[in-house]
Design a protein around this ligand. Structure first.
Ligand code: ZN
Length: 684
């Protein structure tokens, strides 16, 4: 690990934050915390923490000695001064006199001594930072250090590398007892530059931000150098099928196996995040995967995100997926049984008794293919996958120099069921479309864009398809960081298949498809050239069929039902003069919707349509509105509101109807009219 310290950058941080009234100590604390947080081999997703002891004036302007320590919920890579809440130091130090202190009392006491009562909870490792005397303290879960300590003789290996330069703290769960033990170890030899927390991580400290940080770099480098010596091949490859199945083929099957049937068409689904790089493949393709992958997490706080061990599915072979699904189901069932047994075994000794968490895996290993992170959202799935990848790398090095052996099960159970760790996870209810993947075609503008944004706002993972890649990407950006924008010409069946595969690889599958892409062709029906009609049928009928067929294929693989939504049009019911080339395929699409409802109702797949009219969009441009209202002697406002209610209809109104139809679990073969009232286009 190379030190990234730069005097110029450090001064720039100090100057930038000075302008916001933040002192130099805290500014430099932000600077090196970000340096550490930027390296996934040091910390991942909320792991690790740092602190600085400084003086901050209170409201009266009197300086108060404080510990600014990482707050929960903040990532080191993106830390700001607000992520380093200031806690009065003197009261924290007094706590050391106590014999014991419950986690809840500790958290409450720390909160009670915050300078800013609205700040986030200080880290659960706050007291460890407080009890050590150094001004700057850095803590990471360096993979190189973990590869050395996660061994049967991990402490001896570390002593061999660091000698008396580091102190060695036996494993204790983070909190008051660990803080006291770490201080004792330090006081036995105050010349140490840091502490190795066996099977957990590493602390370094110093008088300056630079010293603490560069000691971390030096210690991690020593571990890395040790890992380069006396290596044996870590992962011996297993025999695998010659033609492994693809990610897009197995992802919906995996997603289906993990989904829980809540009855009446409701499912508790999961979102997946796939990884298949060389490091992952070496790990999952290893002959001894069942040994080294099942021993436990590399550092205890990962258990909150990944559970203690992943599920291993069989290696899938192309063309034999039905057999594979059955074997994979058996593997998931036995994982669940093992989890129940693990809970019962460890809960028997727990006081107070714990409530069992859901027993499903958060990491799925598939030899020959790669691994999936599993989460309630794409973000959570990606966190699980990041940790799994980091685990694969840590275990590779551990196995290359010895045998991977992390903490025993009982310690991991204490961590998984620790009330403070549970508090870090998302609280409260989920949005209505959380855990669902929604695809919107023609999503770059107009109704499609409004619909994609409406689903995203209700918690869905969204894939925006559009012929124009820039507008697909623009809508996706508005939908949120996890949304996908993909270029797709829906009249090209191969392109549609590729894009659906990409969505399955990105999220694990598809639950709702809004088939919205369309365009208007005109012509008097007795005179119009066949080529115009055929062209319109390609987009306004066949493309809907291609999209729906691909959606059904994925939904059937998942086995958890789904919802097809079509944008038909007023033209499907009420032909407009010289609009045959547009209305005829739209009428066929309305019937297509009914056919899907009829043929796939038994599969739990619903099909519905929205019949909208006169919406400002690519189909009805500003120029068209101007010329049509002029031709009718109306103002634009009167033209757009020329319906029974006299109200203009917007893309967002149509999006609302799609949203409702996607939630209406007892509704299929239904056309909802969103046109302000048009008696000729009304259904009944
Ligand atoms: Zn830690």
């Amino acid at each position: 690990m190379k030190s990234q310290w730069s005097d110029i950058e450090a001064d720039a941080f100090a100057a930038r934050y000075a302008a916001e009234g933040v002192n130099r100590d805290v500014a430099l604390r932000v600077y090196t915390t970000r340096l550490l947080g930027a390296d996934s081999r040091l910390v991942l997703h909320g792991g690790g923490n740092t602190s600085v002891k400084t003086a901050i004036p209170d409201l009266l302007g009197e300086p108060v000695d404080v510990l600014c320590v990482k707050g929960s919920g903040w990532d080191m890579g993106r830390i700001e001064p607000a992520g380093l809440p200031a806690v009065r130091l003197a009261p924290l130090l007094k706590l050391r006199r106590l014999e014991r202190l419950s986690d809840e009392d500790m958290v409450n006491f720390q909160r009670g001594n915050l300078l800013d009562a609205t700040a986030p909870n200080p880290s659960v490792e706050t007291l460890l930072h407080a009890f050590l005397p150094h001004k700057f303290i850095d803590h990471t879960h360096s993979t190189a250090v973990l590869s050395l300590t996660d061994q049967p003789d991990g402490e001896a290996l570390c002593r061999d590398v660091y000698g008396a330069r580091m102190g060695y703290v036996p494993y204790i769960m983070p909190g008051f007892q660990l803080a006291k033990k770490a201080a004792e170890v330090f006081e036995r030899d105050p010349s140490v530059e840091g502490l190795i927390l066996v099977k957990h991580g590493i602390f370094t400290f110093g008088a300056t931000a630079r010293e603490a940080y560069e000691r971390m770099a030096a210690m991690v480098t020593l571990a890395e150098e040790r890992l380069k010596r006396n290596r044996k091949p870590a992962f011996v490859p297993a025999a695998l099928p010659e033609r492994p199945a693809g990610v897009a083929d197995i992802a919906p099957l995996v997603r289906g196996l993990l989904a829980e049937d809540r009855g009446d068409g409701a499912w508790r689904r999961w979102v997946l995040d796939f990884r298949g790089g060389a490091a992952v493949r070496a790990y999952v393709d290893g002959r001894d995967l069942a040994r080294y992958s099942q021993r436990g997490v590399v550092t205890p706080d990962h258990t909150i995100r990944t559970k203690n061990w992943p599920v291993i599915l069989p290696a899938p072979e192309a063309g034999r997926l039905e057999e594979w699904r059955n074997a994979a189901r058996a593997a998931v069932d036995s994982y669940v049984a093992r989890y129940h047994a693990y809970f019962a075994r460890n809960n028997a000794a727990a006081t107070p008794a714990k409530t069992e968490l859901d027993p499903l895996p958060r990491v799925v290993l598939v030899p020959g293919v790669g691994l999936f992170g599993v989460g309630a959202s794409k973000k959570d799935a990606a966190i699980a996958a990041d940790i799994a990848l980091n685990t694969a790398e840590t275990i590779a090095d551990a196995e290359a120099v010895g045998t991977f052996q992390p903490l025993p099960e009982a310690d991991l159970f204490d961590m998984e069921y620790w009330s403070l760790e549970q508090a870090k996870l998302g609280k409260g209810g989920e949005k209505p479309f959380a855990r669902q993947v929604v695809v919107v075609t023609g999503g770059g503008s107009g109704i499609g864009a409004a619909t994609a944004k409406a689903f995203a706002a209700q918690g869905a993972e969204v894939a925006v398809l559009d012929r124009d890649p820039a507008s697909a990407a623009a809508t996706a950006r508005e939908c949120g960081p996890a949304a996908l924008g993909l270029a797709c010409d829906v009249t090209d069946p191969r392109a549609v298949r590729e894009v659906f595969d990409a969505v399955c690889a990105a999220f694990g599958g598809i639950d709702v498809v809004v088939s919205n892409a369309g365009a208007a062709w005109q012509g008097v029906v007795g005179e119009v050239d066949d080529s115009v009609l055929r062209e319109s049928f390609e987009l306004n009928f066949f493309a809907h069929q291609t999209v729906a067929r691909n959606a059904v294929r994925v939904m059937m693989a998942q086995g958890t039902g789904g919802c097809l939504l079509f944008n038909t049009s007023k033209q499907a019911l009420n032909p407009g003069k010289a609009f045959g080339p547009y209305g005829l395929p739209k009428a066929a699409t309305l019937f297509l919707m009914k056919q899907y409802a009829l043929d796939h109702g038994r599969d739990g797949i619903r099909a519905n349509a929205v019949n909208a009219d006169r919406i400002r969009s690519g189909l009805l441009t500003d120029a068209m509105i101007a010329s049509r209202s002029k031709a009718r002697g109306l103002t634009e406002k009167d033209y757009m509101g020329g319906n029974l209610l006299g109200r203009e209809v917007f893309a967002e109104d149509v999006a609302d109807a799609f949203l409702w139809l996607a939630r209406a679990s007892k509704t299929t073969a239904c056309t909802v009219t969103v046109d302000g009232g048009n008696i000729e286009a009304s259904l009944r």
